[in-house]
Design a protein around this ligand. Structure first.
Ligand code: WT7
Length: 648
């Protein structure tokens, strides 16, 4: 833990909306009278029918219940569009920067409103009704935002699947969500390369379980022909030309489902995290405004893909609910060169940049000169999300990108939490590199030991939340018991995050990473079980165990130990084949960084794989392997070490 403290930069302090004293008092009040706090925050949202009850919450696993603003009604798209059209119709809502530096588009609130209404009418025409699920498999283009907002306009539940996932992964999500419509593009573009989205959709819809899909709406994004299946496939531009731009927003109950987003857990298939309408929107809007210190003329840029929760809460809903201009970038930081991020900041006068440590580390590695080519005078605030940020990357972000004048908000949260739970409030919170600092208003984190005893003061243990917040997930789609078991059964009466954390003498939180079998690769979540089941699905593989290992750029890399079938020879070709196999089964983000041939895996007498030992071997921490005496066959460890480090 770095103990260097960075006070709020002078220039920022001068205009600060919240001071250190304000934060302390407001936080205290927000937990003492949580109901009153959220009643006030919810006033920033337009309610079609005002709520009378604020919260109705029990974290007891046998009597679980979470409801926020229960009897209110609202519409998300109306909050993101209509009310801003009334106030500032010509203000840019979305600045879209294409993969190619010569392509960009600016869409005003008025234009976005029109397009969303039209597309909502297209969905209606395709038979989509309130509560129906719609899967999106899209590149980072405005139509992705339009499709999401159009779903919310008519009360359909969107399920965005990251465009980097394989046809298999897409099919299982379409099946689990029982979607009737898929929205995609003929191709995506990233760093000058094309991604065959529509071809992947076609492949997914060949797979069993996806028969419920009756239409595929395709955006014509690149000049490349694609197969269109008669009676099923329609072009976005043709469909939108046939409908009008009048579509009244559907009044939705606060607790009506808003979207499903799949995320990896420590066991089994990815789970469909379900968020609801009122609580989610109040939470995304409030955290966005306070954590990013939002002002009317901000140009805010979040680099996350719409396929992740960050792309939902802080690329789309948080900014638009506040009437903020949001920048959407289709490409990658290194295309055409590593100077791109700085060029985009200058081109659009970006004031706030929110990105991931993995991107910061890869830019840092390329050298300061790329960033220094740009002027960046518009920047006033920086954000980080997705994984712990190492102090070196933090300092580089702060000193080189932000030139020492921009606070960094290191925001800790999860797909499940809907929005930021632990973060500095810029202007109020002195920063410590690597610490997400303090809880957001109304949020009550705690650190517990293995038995669930709450630890006080300076301590280290499991991170839990002891009370609800409006943005929390409400269930695992189709499996409420899994929801209770996963999050509320480890420690009774508490939401278990799956993360470990330390708290220092100043009450600052330091996230130490996952304590379960979930990997965080470049800020993307992956279950070790998913990668293992992809590996064992290959005919040459008898058994496999996957663990994380330290990786300079990605934070964590994927290390797979593979035991082959008896008659199979371990070769370099097979290693490559297995890497490609996992890529095509799950998607490129799951590609193993290392594959080790394991004559056998270290197991306890009851047959449980001891991952702790595998993690130590992967990290080359052979001196601290710990106790191996409970293994069924301790000699397995020596064999493995010899295989992994032959020249040792
Ligand atoms: C996991 C959640 C939240 C949106 C992106 C990831 C890790 C997230 C931080 C941070 C340390 C972080 C945690 C968490 N994580 N932000 N600022 N510092 N760790 O969402 O895919 O649901 O992953 O990401 O381990 O549990 P996600």
């Amino acid at each position: 833990m770095s103990q260097q403290v960075y006070p709020v930069p002078d220039k920022f302090l001068k205009n600060a909306r919240t001071t250190a004293e304000d934060y302390a008092a407001k936080y205290q009040q927000s937990v003492t009278d949580n109901t009153q706090f959220w009643r006030e925050q919810a006033q920033s949202i337009d309610w079609i029918k005002p709520f009378t009850k604020v919260r109705d919450v029990s974290f007891d696993k046998d009597n679980f219940h979470v409801e926020w603003f229960g009897d209110g009604q609202l519409n998300v798209s109306a909050n993101c569009l209509d009310r801003h059209v009334a106030n500032h119709p010509d203000k840019p809502a979305i600045i879209w920067e294409g993969d190619h530096p010569y392509r960009h588009k600016i869409i005003s609130f008025r234009e976005l409103h029109q397009e969303v209404c039209r597309f909502a009418n297209v969905l209606k025409k395709q038979g989509v009704k309130k509560g129906d699920r719609v899967t999106l498999y899209m590149p980072m283009i405005p139509e992705a935002a339009i499709a999401m907002l159009a779903c919310t306009r008519i009360g359909a539940v969107h399920c965005v699947v990251f465009g980097g996932f394989s046809p298999d992964s897409l099919a299982s999500r379409i099946e689990d969500s029982q979607s009737s419509v898929v929205i995609t593009a003929n191709e995506g573009l990233r760093g000058g390369k094309t991604i065959p989205l529509k071809t992947n959709v076609d492949a997914a819809l060949q797979m069993p379980g996806t028969e419920g899909v009756t239409s595929v709406i395709t955006v014509y994004h690149t000049e490349h022909p694609t197969n269109m299946q008669q009676g099923r496939d329609i072009w976005y531009h043709e469909a939108i030309a046939e409908v009008n731009e009048h579509c009244p927003p559907e009044p939705m109950d606060a607790e009506a489902p808003l979207f499903i987003l799949y995320t990896s857990g420590s066991t089994g298939k990815p789970k469909g995290v379900l968020h609801t309408t009122g609580g989610y929107l109040v939470y995304a809007a409030t955290t966005f405004r306070e954590v990013f210190d939002i002002r009317d003329n901000d140009v805010y840029w979040c680099t996350a893909d719409v396929g992740w929760i960050t792309g939902h809460s802080y690329l789309l809903y948080g900014p638009l609910a506040n009437g903020t201009t949001t920048l959407m970038f289709e490409g990658v930081p290194q295309y055409p060169t590593w100077a791109r991020i700085g060029q985009i900041i200058d081109k659009h006068d970006v004031t706030i940049l929110y990105t991931a440590p993995t991107a910061i580390r890869s830019m840092m590695r390329e050298g300061d000169h790329y960033v220094r080519e740009s002027d960046r005078h518009s920047l006033r605030l920086l954000g980080s999300v997705g994984e712990p940020i190492n102090p070196e990357a933090w300092s580089w972000y702060y000193n080189v990108v932000g030139e020492g004048r921009c606070p960094i908000v290191d925001t800790w949260w999860q797909t499940e939490t809907g929005g930021i739970l632990i973060s500095p409030i810029p202007g109020a919170t002195p920063l410590k590199p690597g610490s997400a600092t303090k809880p957001f208003y109304g949020v009550q984190p705690a650190i517990v030991d293995g038995e669930g005893n709450i630890l006080e003061g300076e301590c280290e243990g499991n991170l839990v939340l002891i009370d609800s917040w409006p943005g929390q997930m409400r269930t695992v789609y189709g499996d409420h018991q899994r929801f209770i078991d996963t999050y509320f059964s480890t420690f009774n009466g508490m939401y278990f995050t799956g993360d470990g954390a330390k708290r220092d003498k100043d009450g600052y939180y330091w996230i130490t990473g996952r304590v379960d079998d979930v990997l965080n690769v470049s800020g993307h979540r992956l279950g070790t079980a998913e990668v293992e089941s992809a590996l064992v699905a290959h005919q040459s593989v008898a058994e496999s165990a996957v663990v994380g290992m330290p990786h300079e750029i990605k934070g964590q890399g994927i290390c797979a130990y593979v035991t082959l079938q008896a008659d199979v020879e371990p070769t370099e070709e097979l290693r490559k084949e297995l890497r490609d196999w996992v890529r095509s089964e799950i998607g490129p983000i799951a590609t193993p960084d290392a594959i080790h041939w394991a004559p056998a895996l270290p197991k306890t007498r009851s047959g449980k794989i001891m991952r702790r030992i595998l993690r130590k071997i992967a990290a080359n921490e052979l001196d601290t392997l710990g106790d191996t005496s409970t293994l069924a066959d301790p000699s397995v460890v020596e064999h493995l070490i010899v295989t992994v480090y032959p020249e040792r």
